[in-house]
Design a protein around this ligand. Sequence first.
Ligand SMILES: NC(=O)c1ccc[n+]([C@@H]2O[C@H](COP(=O)([O-])OP(=O)(O)OC[C@H]3O[C@@H](n4cnc5c(N)ncnc54)[C@H](OP(=O)(O)O)[C@@H]3O)[C@@H](O)[C@H]2O)c1
Length: 329
Amino acid sequence: MLLECCGVLFLVSVLTYAIPHLLTFLGREQDLYKKYAAGCTDRPWAVVTGASSGIGLEFATKAASQGFNICAIAYPDAHMETVKSMATTKKVHFRCLPIDLAGVPQAELEDKVKKMTEDIDVALLFMCAGITLFQDCAVGAENSLRLLYTNVLANMHIFFVLYPRIVSRPLLGGRSRRGGVVMIGSMSSFFPVPFTTMYGASKAFLTSFGSALGPEAALSGVDVMVINPGPVKTRLFSNTYPLSSLRLSGHMAQTTVQITRLVWKTLGRACMYSRDAGMCSWGLRLLIKCVDPYALGLLWAYTTRFLGDYKNFILGKKPFVLRHCAPGA
Ligand SMILES: NC(=O)c1ccc[n+]([C@@H]2O[C@H](COP(=O)([O-])OP(=O)(O)OC[C@H]3O[C@@H](n4cnc5c(N)ncnc54)[C@H](OP(=O)(O)O)[C@@H]3O)[C@@H](O)[C@H]2O)c1
C-alpha cells in the first residue's frame, strides 16, 4: 500500500512537471509583436540587459525581427556594436546604455534607465546580463559581490523602473496582454554545486522571484517567465578556467537559438512561469524528484576532493580574473 502511494505521488510529480514542458515545447512560436503591440500607433520597445552577446543578443535579434525597437543595456565595450548593427539590419530604432552593471551606483543606474526610456513605450523586458564564477569563498568578497550586483541587483533595479510601466500599458487593438518580462535562471538554481556558490544563489533568486511574480503579474495582464537553461554555447565561460566539468557538459550545450525558441513558445502559456531548458536541466530536475537534496550534499561532501577541477584550480590556487574586472581584483 505504502509503495503504491509512493508510486502514485512520484507519477503525479513527474507528470505535473513533464506535461506543461511538453505542451509548450510542441506549441508554435508566438508573434510577440501581435500579442503586445496590436493597436499601438508607435512601435513599442524591448529592453534587453546583456544584449551585446549570447542569449541576450539572440533575444534582441528575435524581438527586432518581429518588429520591436531595441534598447540595449550592456557593458561598454566593442560587443555593443554587434547588437547595434543587428538593429540597423532589421531596420528598427536602437538605443543603448553602455554601463558596468557591477560598478555603477544603483541610484545612478535607475536614473539613467529612466532617462533613456521616459519617452518610449516599453512592452518587453529581457533580463539577461550575467557572469559566472568558479572560486573558493575564502578568497574574499569582491568577485562574488560583483557577480551578485551584475546578475541580481542591477537587473532588479532595472526591473523596478520598467515593470510598473509595462503593467500600466493600455490594452489597445482588442488584445488582452500588456507586455512580458523574461528572466534567465539556470539549472544551478536548483542543483547546488560547490565553488559556484554565488552563481547558483544569484540564479536561485531570479528563479524564485520570477516564479512567484508570474501568477501575480498575470492578474495585471503581464506575462512573466524564468528560463532555467543547462549549458548554452556562449561567451559566459570564456574567462573561467578550462574546467573539465565544463568540457563534459559542453557536449550537451544548447544554442542561443534553441533557448530563444523555447521562450517564444512559452511566454504567457500554460501557466509556465518557470521553465527548464535542455537535457541537463531536465535530467537534473528529474533526479532531484527521485533523490533528496540531502543525498546530493552527501555526494558532494565525499566526492568534491577527488575532482580534477578542485585539485587543479582550487587547491592549486590558479589566479582568476572575473569578467570586466581589473586583474588581481
Ligand atoms: N551560457 C550558459 O551556459 C548559461 C546557462 C544558464 C544561464 N545562463 C545565463 O544567461 C545569461 C546570459 O549569459 P550568456 O550565456 O548569454 O553569456 P554572455 O554571452 O557572456 O552574455 C552576458 C551578457 O551580460 C553582459 N554583462 C556581463 N557583465 C556585465 C556588466 N558588469 N555590466 C554590463 N553588462 C554585463 C555582457 O556584456 P559583454 O558582452 O560586454 O561582456 C553580455 O552582454 C546570464 O545571466 C547567464 O547566467 C547562461
